[in-house]
Design a protein around this ligand. Sequence first.
Ligand code: FPP
Length: 253
Amino acid sequence: MSNEDASVTSAIDTVRSDVPKHIAIIMDGNGRWAKARGLPRASGHERGVEALRRTVEGAADIGIRYLTVYSFSTENWRRPASEVNALFGLLKLFIQKDLSRLKREGVKIRVIGRREGLPKDISELVDKAEFETAENDTFFLNIAFNYGGREEIARAVKRLAADVGSGVHASSDVTEDLVASYLDTAGMPDPDLLIRTSGEYRLSNFLLWQAAYSELVFFDVLWPDFDQVWLMKAVEMFRERERRFGGVTPEDN
Ligand code: FPP
């Protein structure tokens, strides 16, 4: 190995040893990206899917294991039917086009959010994607679709309450861990880092429970322009943050 090769390998090792395990992304700004180019909003979403592909690849390359992306919120039903249909169509196309490759690459797909209310064909495709990748464990791609953080928590509480009612759990057993095990993200680590693009500074009902201690990074870039360089920038910012989880640093003692 040449000196140059060795230094590249060591740079990649350094990156991989200190990356967040789980990144969540609010992929915002597709509409503005399209408008700036005189294109229909759906074109912005289409380019957004390409940015998503780049991001999955970039994240896996640097050793991130979990990526959760906000693709369609429970509030997005308020958009014109044409746009809602375009977003449904893109999820469908994404699964149809990318499933076999993702499956081969060891990606486990999970679609989080409310399944009721989704068109039957979408719901069946989602089931298929989850079923076919269920045994994978190299990379975990969670697509939040028809997702709202409050709705997820309410749905979890409803199931938990039913289990308390039928004696599966005593009410005194209810802990944070038990509640978390009823969420759509059960079994996954919470996101260490949450990125939002497009210059908005809100969580917009995304992962409200899970993001309790996430580091937040906001970028002005519009989602269709997001790429590995922005991802690395976010990871660098994450590394520079000091995470105390409500405690104090040793120097403060
Ligand atoms: C927010 O931008 C983005 C969305 C509501 C949808 C995000 C969806 C994708 C990136 C593609 C879908 C991917 C899959 C896998 C289905 P916006 O439309 O609110 O943009 P704006 O704020 O500029 O109007």
